[in-house]
Design a protein around this ligand. Structure first.
Ligand code: FES
Length: 326
């Protein structure tokens, strides 16, 4: 699926702090009329980082809102600067956004749906919980956070789900046991997951260990979460004698495009694979942060999603042979 990116100017009409590190923004496009959007929808937001225009992707929180599009941004030091920019904005600020688009496909005929969220991964899950509860599905939500004080939207979710919501707060010693959760689900249950990539790996393994079809585990993650710290790295281009530095706050995709190499992209979330480049050589370690490639493909490391994945060291890629026909 390809997104059609239609950009539109918008105004921040309200902000509120949900926790000490998560702020909600309501963005109202000019000429806005509220229309339903699919579960798991996100929008792109034009941000400015060190004077450069960039884009960031944020999940929409909840179902259609008559006021505008609701997003929540976690202030995160180990990221590429988007959250810092968003947190600097006040109501009345103007920015450009795209219309909602979704890659998540829920099977609405399933009776049993298990929702799993890790940290800020709760944002797309809120709307899914509302839509499923409205359809009287048998829905449960497991929400993993470091501490209960870090859990956004608890009031909404408690009112919606009651005892079908379980909060797994690390500091209360109540860690999420995905093997245990998946083992007790009804046979034809489906799971929708959103959380950091380490947690997603655990979810995939637990799902497989429970003998469930991988197609019944639907997931999203965020490109800012990887297995290695977010640091500067170097990219060499095969046959071009060029070496580019990718700063810690920028993606390989953006730097390559700015240097005129025209790498195609679509979701910019590590989900579609359109930006995948062939890897020629690595001097160091690759941190695959996408959800497009399988575990096996990541171990083989023949290609890298330039929009989200990073490297510790230096990578040589071939920008001419993109894997957009994977
Ligand atoms: S643009 Fe979709 S994975 Fe990179």
């Amino acid at each position: 699926m390809r997104f059609i990116e239609t950009w539109t100017p918008a105004t921040i009409i309200a902000t509120r702090d949900l926790t000490s590190g998560i702020r909600e923004f309501v963005l109202r496009p000019d000429g806005f009329t509220a229309e339903p959007y699919p579960v798991g929808s996100h929008i792109q937001v034009g941000v400015t980082i060190d004077g450069r225009p960039e884009t960031r992707s944020y999940s929409l929180v909840g179902e259609m809102d008559p006021q505008g599009y609701r997003i929540a941004v976690r202030r995160a030091p180990d990221t590429r600067g988007g959250s810092r920019y968003m947190w600097s904005l006040r109501p009345g600020a103007r920015l450009n956004i795209t219309l909602p688009a979704s890659l998540v496909q829920l099977d609405w005929t399933r009776r049993h749906v298990c929702l799993v969220a890790g940290g800020i991964g709760i944002t797309p899950i809120v709307g899914a919980a509302q839509a499923l509860a409205r359809r009287n599905a048998d829905v449960t939500l497991h929400y993993a956070v470091r501490s209960r004080a870090d859990a956004a939207y608890l009031d909404v979710l408690e009112a919606l789900l009651g005892d079908r919501l379980t909060v797994h707060a690390g500091d209360e010693g109540h860690r999420l046991d995905l093997n245990g959760v998946f083992a007790t689900l009804p046979k034809n249950a489906m799971t929708l997951f959103c959380g950091p990539i380490r947690m997603l790996d655990a979810a995939r393994h637990a799902w497989e260990a429970a003998g469930r079809p991988m197609t019944d585990l639907r997931y999203e993650t965020f490109g800012s979460s990887g297995l290695l710290p977010t640091d500067e790295f170097r990219v060499r281009l095969k046959g071009e004698g060029v070496e580019l530095v990718i700063p810690r706050d920028r993606s390989m995709l953006d730097v390559l495009n700015e240097a005129g190499h025209e790498v195609m992209s679509d979701c910019r979330l590590g989900e579609c694979g359109v930006c995948a480049l062939d890897i020629v050589d690595v001097d160091g370690e690759i941190d695959h942060r996408d959800v497009f490639f399988s575990d096996h493909q990541k171990r083989e490391s023949r290609r890298i999603c330039a929009c989200v994945s990073r490297v510790r060291g230096t990578i040589t890629v071939d920008t001419l042979r993109r894997a957009d026909a994977v």
